[in-house]
Design a protein around this ligand. Structure first.
Ligand code: FAD
Length: 566
């Protein structure tokens, strides 16, 4: 038993085991902390990651129900929605982070700054690696009774070459690098040795991806260049600056209501932010970016933009760790995320042992089947042949609204379905081609399972799991959880997870847009204050709220923080 061995001794005489015969780090004893010893009889809950999903789990947990160990390479929680503001100094980086040890301490848990490498599901061991004091990588196992996988995602390279010349915006260190690069370009552009052509290149900023992150970054960058640059840099620079957004779809913010994405496009066009739609990046070079674009006749042409800075923000894909787990488990068929059931239990893992939340996970769902059966029932109720459906357009609007509320990521496909239904409605004798409908609905399913990456969803899933774990601990205290002893405990104690979409919002440069279940709201200063208010309320602690308020006040009084020094 390793339960009462102090950490130092544990390092010298570890119990070894598992398929790789690695040390098994069962328990850390902290002599100053009496609660720790009490924890040894409780179920071991291991949480991987310190992002939106995992932190929401931790914040819900009752302090004394589980022995909690959190494992992550980041020792802070990052409030990602405000990260674009930190790249240009509107907000300070420290206003967006909360030390994870503070959160872990409140539930008497442990934190390990380390990476999960693998999971041995049959032996309930997580393989973990960390760089030791000697600078070498060390591996060990952490045992669990329940495991939560909340490891997030990585930027999706889409197979494009030259991404080493791009910046990314996922973590606090990325924001710092971007801030320094932007300022460095401005300073270099001012040097007397810089040629005109080189200056224009240095001042050309390209954003690949017209989703919320890309758009918000472009807006913040434009604000900074427009508001602070003219104060501190020669006038000539202002006229030579260009900001470009390259978007593969026909509109930016294409998951938002069409009117809102049009509003954002108009705003960008007014601010001279160049938006290239229907464009796919081919390659990124040190000094330029090439992309293909459909011209008016539908012909594909290749274009290029010389640039001094490029942000790659074109969506997310699976981490290597998640891919490894998916390969090991039966029933994992999704290329984009780990599949869970509606109780957020990892498909293929022993029932009730392993859960997955946030960007790394997707709930196995069959929207196609649900909609098809919905249509069938509707047809049946109306006394029509379900194989030759004819729904009125009004019927369809009702269905589409409900689908969109639950699955905002399916907006594109719903628009296509919408058109289809509108056409059928024109010809009242027409019947709906069921094959075509099914095909479109399958596309909706694929889209749903490939792009569910929002903080809102991760947070709701984390809260759900935390609440459920509390219920499970009350129902079966000190349990050794398994399906043989307890049957389907999850189902017995708590309802299935249901996502409630509360709306989407985005900052678009001294203006903001809100998409609340299909109802759009857009506007200038008032909307910006509303946008700030929402995030202020959601911010993780009282400390971060105070810091945010101070940053906004400082900016209003003195301009952006770190600008223009490095
Ligand atoms: P994350 O928050 O990414 O956390 C993953 C955690 O896992 C991290 O702590 C990481 O260090 C850790 N980890 C990674 N690998 C391992 C491993 N092998 N072992 C252990 N730990 C590991 N969403 C919105 O809803 N609204 C917005 O306005 C919004 N704006 C955004 C702006 C930006 C710039 C970005 C980058 C994202 C934004 N998002 C927004 C998306 C949102 O941040 C993500 O959907 C959310 O962070 C997902 O939460 P998560 O817990 O799944 O993962």
């Amino acid at each position: 038993e390793t339960f009462d061995i102090p950490v130092s001794e544990l390092a010298l005489n570890p119990r070894r085991g598992g398929p790789k015969n690695l040390p098994i780090v069962e328990y850390f004893v902290d002599d100053d902390e009496p609660n720790m010893k009490q924890n040894k009889h409780k179920p071991r809950l291991v949480v991987l990651g310190t992002g939106w999903g995992s932190v929401a789990v931790l914040k819900q947990l009752n302090p004394d129900d589980y022995h909690v160990t959190v494992i992550s390479p980041s020792n802070h929680f990052l409030f990602t929605p405000m990260l674009p503001s930190a790249t240009v100094g509107t907000l300070e980086l420290r206003s967006l982070v909360e030390p994870i040890r503070k959160i872990v301490k409140s539930i008497n848990g442990h934190f390990l700054k380390a990476m999960a490498e693998d999971v041995e599901f049959s032996e309930k061991l997580v393989e973990v690696s960390a760089v030791g004091a000697d600078g070498k990588k060390q591996s060990f196992y952490v045992p669990y009774d329940k495991l939560v996988v909340g490891v997030g995602s990585v930027s999706n390279p889409h197979g494009v070459k030259g991404l080493e010349h791009c910046h990314f915006l996922k973590d606090i260190s990325d924001a710092r690098l971007i801030r320094n690069k932007v300022i460095q370009n401005l300073e270099n552009a001012c040097l007397p040795t810089t040629t005109d052509e080189e200056r224009r290149r240095l001042l050309s900023f390209v954003v690949c991806g017209g989703g919320p992150t890309g758009v918000e970054f472009a807006a913040e960058l434009f604000d900074m260049l427009n508001e602070d640059l003219c104060k501190f840099f020669p006038r000539i620079l202002r006229n030579e600056i260009s900001v470009h957004v390259i978007q593969s779809r026909s509109h930016i913010l294409n998951t938002y209501d069409a009117a809102l994405s049009e509003y954002a496009e108009k705003r960008f066009s007014h601010d001279s932010v160049d938006v290239q739609t229907d464009s796919r990046v081919k390659e990124v070079f040190n000094d330029k970016i090439t992309y293909s674009q459909k011209d008016k006749d539908g012909k594909i042409i290749t274009k290029e933009i010389p640039m001094g800075f490029c942000l790659w923000s074109t969506g997310v894909s699976q981490t290597d760790f998640s891919k490894k787990l998916a390969q090991k488990l039966d029933g994992q068929n999704n290329r984009h995320a780990l599949e869970t059931d509606t109780h957020l239990r990892l498909v293929g893992a022993p029932l009730g042992d392993v859960y997955a939340v946030g960007d790394c996970a997707t709930v196995q769902n069959n929207v196609s089947d649900n909609i098809v059966s919905f249509l069938r029932t509707t047809a049946w109720e109306k006394g029509k042949d379900p194989e030759k459906l004819h729904l009125s357009y009004t019927d369809w609007r009702g269905i589409a609204k409900r689908v969109r509320q639950r699955f905002p990521q399916a907006a594109d496909h719903l628009r296509r379905l919408d058109k289809l239904f509108a056409e059928y409605d024109k010809d009242s004798s027409g019947t709906l081609d069921f094959g075509e409908l099914r095909e479109l609905l399958t596309q909706i399913d694929n889209k749903l399972t490939s792009l569910p990456a929002t903080a809102q969803r991760a947070h709701q899933q984390g809260q759900y799991l935390g609440r459920k774990f509390n219920k499970i601990a009350q129902a079966a205290p000190g349990m050794q959880l398994n399906e043989v002893d307890y049957g389907d405990l999850d189902e017995a104690v708590y309802k299935a997870f249901e996502y409630k979409h509360l709306g989407s919002l985005a900052y678009i440069g001294n203006a903001a847009i809100f998409d609340i279940n299909g109802y759009g709201l857009s506007g200038g200063l008032l909307a910006v204050y509303l946008w700030r208010g929402v995030y202020f309320a959601q911010s993780v602690s009282f400390r971060t709220r105070c810091l945010l308020a101070m940053d906004w006040t400082k900016r209003a009084l003195f301009g952006r923080g770190k600008f223009p020094s490095l």
